[in-house]
Ligand binder design. Sequence first.
Ligand code: ATP
Ligand code: MG
Length: 399
Amino acid sequence: MNSRSNAMARPPVKGVLIHYHEIALKGKNRGFFLKQLEANLLQATSDLDCGSLRRPAGRLFLEMREGTSWEVLRQRLSRVFGIANFAHAFMMAPNLELLAKLIEEEVSDRSFRSFRVAARRAFKTFPQTSQQINEMIGARVQRICGASVDLTNPDLTIYIELLPAEAFVYFEKLLGPGGLPVGTGGTLACLLSGGIDSPVAAYRMMKRGCRVVFVHFYSQPFADRTSQEKTIELARLLTRYQFASRLYLVPFGEIQQEVVSRVTGRLRVLVYRRLMLRIAEQIAQKEGAQALVTGESLGQVSSQTIENIAVIEQASTLPILRPLIGMDKDEITQQAQQIGSYDISVIPDQDCCSMFLPRQVATHTTHHEVEFVERPLDLDRLTAQGHAAAHSLELSFPG
Ligand code: ATP
Ligand code: MG
């Protein structure tokens, strides 16, 4: 038997047909991108008892077994960046008669008043045109269901994709999360507070293919454990998109106390933030991270005026990425709700940056001013102290 008659003999296989984003696939990056997407898919579904992952031209097909739950699988795939769309599909031989039979069987269990057939030939070598296939299958469906054809707003769409060695049939196309596979964009260190913004910032960078190491500063013994617990929950939630995370928890209370004793009130928040960046940078270097990420958004709070952002930034030699800089709070909140981080972020806690601050915080600071007030501090020692006291936590998903 040649490979084509082999394919003919195979019964249809149930699974998920996955289409990936085209943008990154052009040129030399294609293999690298795909390999990472495949690895991420296998990791995201590692506990679900799926079958093999196949690579039909320009697509991926993950086989499902009897016990594989579609509901769970669908949730998992909705968090694998790089997937443009996916569908619960049958894979079978590219034979029109077999296709028609399978479709007849499948539609006879469904109730719909109108339908359309959307056939697509990935290669134009198939003897019939897409239109001829639509008409032939459409007539068979009409004969057994009596439903009418509606090309613009049908109750049911029957999707058919034809490749030289296989065909796919499905009835619902689901949107994937888009973006690029995590692991294709380098490593970043994200300053993760327990607030609303920074988890969204981390999410957006993961969506661009980056692995994110999390760094959280907490004010013990001056605050309770809430901010740490919230941040662990947030990191756990975000780990569902990158499958393995490291979270650094940095005790910042004693460092703040020293700042309070030597720096006047109005500039303290900038001094805290600059110390955070210095410590985060050391952690980033240890982790091989190429840039820092924050949840800053221009003008949202007094420390986020362009002057203050510039002054804060000078404390770091690494680039600082601020994916939310041009977003307003409503947009960020909406995204936080979509990700599921919002409900964790709004649990009341004491953010360490709001501790020991006067009512009025400087909004237009200069580099000179902040360097002047930092003079009594031994910055190298404080940075080393924070770095040395940091402890890390490993998180993984699934499991
Ligand atoms: P968020 O909602 O992320 O806390 P925010 O609007 O409250 O942001 P700020 O409190 O000014 O803004 O913090 C700006 C950024 O600094 C945060 O998005 C975060 O990246 C970082 N940051 C602030 N506090 C902490 C902290 N305790 N630990 C780690 N990073 C922090
Ligand atoms: Mg905050």
